[in-house]
Design a protein around this ligand. Structure first.
Ligand SMILES: [Zn+2]
Length: 161
């Protein structure tokens, strides 16, 4: 799954591309007034469009984080990770789907396509383990229609990680 992992590590985040464009606009137009709400709203709208155009041209999937105000602390590396889900989108087909942030972190940062979570009941008793697999089939469906490198395609076709 190394090819798929590397491919997904390079996947751009929409918000990052958007901020990149906003930075360019402010750099180009020194009179840009970011305290002006209307000017800011229009610049934001333009930046989003340009960011999507660039992603579209690159023919790569992109992601947005949902619930960016939430954090999860990784039990392996103790990193605090923002968001609840990655919403991964295909800019060509507009197919999209949600993947848990923990699933993505385990795979992208630790190379683990599976992780287990303890199931604890109301009286704090351990009832077993809940296994979460990165849903590679779902990912393959979303990415369908993009020019995928052969080695990444092989990982996608291998199915459930
Ligand atoms: Zn970690």
């Amino acid at each position: 799954m190394e090819a798929l992992r590397k491919y997904l590590q390079e996947m751009p985040q929409l918000a990052t591309k958007l901020l990149e464009r906003l930075g360019e606009v402010m750099e180009e137009d020194k009179s840009f007034d970011y305290n002006n709400a209307e000017e800011m709203r229009l610049a934001y709208k333009e930046a989003q469009q340009v960011a999507l155009e660039r992603i579209n041209e690159a023919k790569v999937p992109y992601y947005a984080l949902t619930y960016p105000q939430t954090f999860f602390k990784c039990p392996t590396c103790a990193l605090e990770i923002r968001g609840a889900y990655y919403e991964i989108s295909n800019p060509i087909t507009m197919n999209r789907g949600m993947f848990r942030v923990r699933s993505m972190h385990e795979f992208l940062d630790h190379g683990q396509p599976v992780y287990t979570e303890p199931i604890i009941n109301m009286s704090d008793t351990l009832m077993g383990d809940d296994e979460h697999h990165l849903d590679v089939k779902k990912l393959a469906k979303i990415l369908d229609g993009l020019p995928i490198p052969d080695d990444v395609m092989a990982d996608l076709q291998a199915g459930k990680a």
